[in-house]
Structures are given as structure tokens and as C-alpha cells.
Design a protein around this ligand. Sequence first.
Ligand code: 3AM
Length: 181
Amino acid sequence: MIRLFVALDVTEEIRQRLAGLSGGVPGARWMDPASLHLTLRFIGEVPEDQAFDIDEALAGVRAPPFALTLDGVGVFGSGRRARVLWAGVERNEALNHLQAKVESALVRCGLPAEERKFSPHVTLARLKDPPQDRVARFLGERGLFRAGPMAVDHLTLYRSHLGNGGSVYEALRAYPLGREP
Ligand code: 3AM
């Protein structure tokens, strides 16, 4: 079985801006800047032969390239159960369109539909029982964060290797946007 997800890569310029946000929350596990990404669809564990179908399905996604802007920071979970610090994404119809195309391509190749609403973000850090005042201060101080626009011209299929020190992400294949069939 292999654990897969589909994401947009972050350009070097934006990577550096996001890396500049790290720090200030004791116990937070900050993402390695090289691993920053925007998940479009978590796939999960699939048998390797199904990965071939997924690859083919993603290669068939037709959508134009576009640009996106990162806007603000936030947290999933609240209080002591805050789990993830993230950078948000300005409302973007092209992004929603692409996500919907990826979703329908994956459902067509046999994966169960994603039940959760798409809430685009770039994970900055994972938290475990963080000091609430420090999370609040982080959000307050970084609330005006903006970066971009960033050009999006491909999707990437990632493999996630679970490990003790956190997951390691391996880019398996990139799929350019904007090709003619
Ligand atoms: O891109 P981020 O870091 O927000 O949290 C996992 C990570 O999200 C998420 O998929 C991304 C790549 O691992 N993820 C992990 N398990 C998940 C699940 N069961 C999940 N997303 C949805 N359902």
C-alpha cells in the first residue's frame, strides 16, 4: 500500500516568505520549508496497482494555469486542541475549479468521494497542546500576512512516508496545467 495525496507546490519565493513566519509557538513542529504545499486532495493508502489508475486520472485533468495569493494565517482546532497552524488562500475560483476537476477524476477512477469541504491552506506547523496565549499572539502578529500572486502551472502527486519524526513527502509525478489534449 502507498499513501498518496495531490498538492500544489509552493514556489521558492513564497517558500521563503512562509519560512519567515515560523517561530514563536513553543512545542510547534514547523514544516521543513522544502515540504510546504497546498493539499488539493488527500487520497490515503491505496494498493500500488491503483496508484497507476490514479496517475492516469491525474494526467487526464484539463485545467488552465492560474495564480493564487496567500492571505492571512489561522488554526485548525481551538484552545488546547489547536492542531495545525496554516497560511490561508485568497478566494480563488480557478483553484476551486481545479480542485473539483481533481476530485471528479479521482472518483471516476474508483476512489470514494471526499466528504469534507475543501478548505485551501498551506500547513505551517503541527501543534500538540500548545500554550494558548502564544497561539493567539502568533495569529495576532501574523494576521496581515500576504504573499503572491504565485503562478500555479502544475499539480503534483505526492507519496507520504510516515515516520517517527513526522511524515516525509516524496513527489512522484508532476502534471502540467494548460495542455491541449
Ligand atoms: O496539507 P496538510 O498538511 O494540511 O494532514 C495531512 C496533510 O495535510 C492530510 O493530508 C496532507 C498530506 O498528508 N491528511 C492526512 N490524513 C488525512 C485524512 N485522513 C488527511 N486529510 C484528510 N483525511
